[in-house]
Design a binder for this molecule. Structure first.
Ligand code: NAP
Length: 265
């Protein structure tokens, strides 16, 4: 099943489940930036919520808000029994310390999976693992390579692959081309999250049986491009657009349902 079909199916299941609930799951999105990319992401989250029948509410605050006032607002939602999920849209204005905000969100409502004590998995890596499982990809004993080591994608991706018993190699900007060639030529699963158009290209020799997951979103005048060149000679390659971005959005809804059940029961 391609990603669009998979996401559509999972959303229909969520919609049915939510329709049967008396109290609807509620997600608050606090946005304190004036960033066009964030506006687009927030619009997507509001649209997804409406599609499945969840209450997704945007609380937009001035970018000049102080850290103290933002934490007070988070505390208000932390204690509100009608709120099941709470996220603060990144990036944050300069006067606000990102770590303080991530730690302020109640871990049981932290559907972005950013708090160190939350049991929620960050949406992008979670979406990738769930989709690959649905596609029947085997992780145990397989060789996985993650290119990129950011806190929101690369590092949690490495951890989730490890939890699935893959043998994981993590690469970053200081990895040599020699090592990249070596590890990539042996990899069964490759996740590329670098933020550079067509970084993973035909100059790398990959296994024909490999699975390539393309996390990258690179915009130019021609449109959206992934971190992987299209049509690599592999078994499965996720597209951009219409790939991991959709899985990330789906995971937020799945995490919201989990938070709902955790709080309602
Ligand atoms: P990021 O924070 O900028 O991290 C990029 C990572 O790539 C860093 O770890 C960096 O290494 C590594 N890197 C940079 N140049 C490299 C090179 N030449 N060789 C190997 N590694 C290199 O980015 P991110 O937040 O992880 O996002 C990555 C991409 O995914 C972006 O295009 C972003 O827009 C996209 N994204 C998509 C979704 C989605 O839902 N589809 C979600 C999140 C992000 P160092 O650590 O050494 O600097």
């Amino acid at each position: 099943m391609n990603i669009k079909e998979y996401v559509q199916l999972r959303k229909e299941q969520l919609k049915k489940e939510i329709a049967s609930l008396d109290v609807k799951p509620t997600l608050i999105i606090i946005q304190v930036n004036a960033d066009p990319a964030s506006d687009a992401y927030v619009r997507g989250k509001l649209k997804d919520g409406a599609e499945v029948g969840a209450n997704v509410i945007l609380d937009k605050q001035a970018p000049s808000i102080s850290e103290t006032d933002l934490i007070k607002l988070i505390e208000k939602y932390n204690h509100d029994p009608h709120v099941h999920g709470l996220i603060v849209q990144m990036p944050l204005p300069k006067q606000i310390n990102e770590s303080h905000i991530k730690l302020a969100v109640n871990p049981v409502k932290d559907v972005d999976g950013f708090h160190p004590l939350t049991h929620f998995k960050p949406c992008t890596p979670k979406g990738i693992i769930d989709y690959l499982k649905a596609e029947g990809v085997i992780f145990q004993g397989k060789s996985a390579v993650v290119i990129g080591r950011s806190n929101i994608v690369g590092k949690p991706m490495q951890q989730l692959l490890l939890a699935e018993n893959a043998t994981v190699t993590q690469m970053h900007s200081k990895t040599t081309r020699e090592d990249m060639d070596l590890f990539l030529s042996h990899a069964d699963i490759i996740v590329v999250a670098v933020g550079r158009k067509h970084f993973l290209n035909h100059s790398f020799k990959l296994k024909p049986s490999a699975v390539v997951v393309d996390v990258g979103i690179n915009r130019d005048e021609a449109g959206l491009h992934g971190d992987a060149e299209p049509n690599l000679a592999v078994k499965l390659q996720t597209p951009v657009p219409g790939g991991v971005g959709l899985l990330t959005r789906l995971s937020l809804l799945v995490n919201l349902m989990e938070a709902y059940h955790g709080i309602q029961n």
